[in-house]
Design a binder for this molecule. Structure first.
Ligand SMILES: O=C(O)CCC(=O)C(=O)O
Ligand SMILES: [Fe+2]
Length: 433
């Protein structure tokens, strides 16, 4: 059991402010407002990253409409049992094809009903999961505010770095969570990729930043050991994700190796999340949402939660259902690519986080994607004359980027941030010449 202590003093409980502090706060707000305006002006004048104009436009238009459609109140679906099963993944690592097929069968059942399941015996050592949760705590509470601001997501065209509270808004409500986001880079390559990685990793926008220029890390000096602990968990989780993709292939009757060709340089965005202590149910308002209702974008998500509850899943009957924590378990949820491949057979279920406890909550999701330059197109086996493909083909990276862009408060996305990234890349190149 991980015990995480919130060392941060909530502003709600702070003493009455002195005028000097108020002045400083006002100045800060003014600066933030100016920065916001500057970003909006840039957003209007800088073109979105070009990769494949046709699918890029479609992804952007589709992303917004899609999110709205998933958030619409459900039709008159009658209440039905809605369970989030726990699946013992242990037998799936055995040499027995029958044992692996049985695990795949259980996965198939979960994916066609709730779209969520908890896995146990997943193979990630407890000290590694404890280690990364500990780093989340350090990042949010030990890194000085100025250092966090230097890693602000507004400096990234790829939504990487530090995300302060209320910076993103996926269903229109301001969110109380803070985050730290990163994606794949060469330094993170797990040993388990040795036989499968082809060296061709490209980012969401189809470009190469695998030398690390796409990410924003705290320095080793500021947080000693942070990078190594995060890398260790990330490597384990990426390896587990590849294993799960084999099981999804099996579950869909395609074979364990079906997705291998699309995982030669897979994408995997991960983040550390911090949800400040919340209020009891009766005092909650819309402002207290930790993370607004949404579906995830990629193949599936592997979520490592701390001991504090808060994750809720929307059932087909429109009921928010809490996900029970299973000791040592990881939560897996289907995301949009698997829903699109399977023409809605697998459910990319809407979920949200509300911390109703007086304790801080932390979590570490990994959003596993196929190669970002691959196209996701409905599987022929999931299409019939009476059930034609519901979704047009989309390029993986573009789709994720457009969904991320629509989630930034004000909808301006990261378009205004490309100059900064180009500058960072060219100065890095200058250093290495
Ligand atoms: O923190 C959690 O429990 C869920 C996080 C999540 O849904 C997400 O980051 O997409
Ligand atoms: Fe999510």
């Amino acid at each position: 059991m991980v015990v995480l202590i919130n060392t941060r003093q909530s502003p709600r409980f702070s003493d009455k402010k002195r005028p000097r502090e108020e002045e400083e706060e006002e100045e800060e707000e003014e600066e933030e407002k100016e920065e916001e305006e500057r970003q909006l002006a840039m957003a209007a004048s800088v073109a979105p990253p070009q990769f494949d104009q046709i699918t890029s436009d479609a992804a952007r238009a589709g992303a917004k409409a899609y999110l709205q459609s998933r958030l619409a109140p459900p039709s008159s679906t009658p209440a039905q049992p809605f369970t989030i099963p726990t699946i013992d993944l242990g037998p799936s690592f055995s040499g027995s094809a029958a044992a692996r097929a049985e695990v795949a069968r259980q996965i198939h059942e979960a994916c066609t009903t709730s779209g969520f399941f908890t896995i146990t015996n997943h193979g990630i050592p407890a000290d590694v999961t404890r280690g990364v949760l500990r780093q989340a705590q350090r990042f949010f509470h030990e890194l000085p505010p100025a250092r966090k601001q230097a890693l602000h997501m507004r400096h990234s065209a790829l939504h990487r770095g530090y995300e302060p509270a209320a910076y993103t808004s996926i269903d229109g409500s301001a969110e109380t969570k803070e985050g730290f986001n990163w994606g794949y880079e060469e330094r993170l390559r797990p040993a388990s990729f040795a036989d499968t990685y082809d060296g061709g990793y490209v980012e969401l926008d189809g470009q190469r930043y695998d030398d690390g220029t796409g990410n924003l890390w705290p320095s080793e000096e500021d947080l000693p050991g942070f990078f190594d602990a995060v890398k260790e968990y990330y490597g384990e989780a990426m390896g587990l994700a590849r294993h799960l993709m084999g099981l999804f292939g099996l579950a869909l009757g395609l074979g364990e190796g079906w997705f291998d060709k699309s995982m030669t340089h897979p994408g995997g965005i991960a983040r550390l999340l911090y949800y400040p202590p919340g209020k009891p149910e009766q005092e909650q308002s819309k402002q207290d949402i930790g993370l607004g209702a949404h579906s995830d974008y990629e193949c599936f998500t592997i979520l490592l939660p701390s001991g504090t509850p808060g994750l809720e899943v929307l059932s087909p009957a429109g009921q928010w259902t809490p996900v029970e924590r299973v000791d040592g378990g990881l939560i897996v949820n289907i995301a949009d690519f698997l829903m699109r491949w399977t023409n809605d057979l697998y459910k990319s279920t809407v979920h949200r986080v509300v911390n109703r406890t007086g304790e801080a909550r932390y979590s570490v999701p990994l959003f596993f994607s196929i190669n970002y330059d691959e196209v996701v197109e409905t599987l022929p086996s999931c299409v019939t004359p009476s059930n034609p493909a519901k979704y047009p083909p989309i390029r993986a990276g573009e789709y994720v980027l457009e969904r991320l862009n629509t989630s930034t408060a004000g909808g301006k996305g990261s378009y205004g941030n490309t100059d900064w990234l180009d500058e960072k890349k060219s100065s890095k190149n200058r250093e290495t010449v």
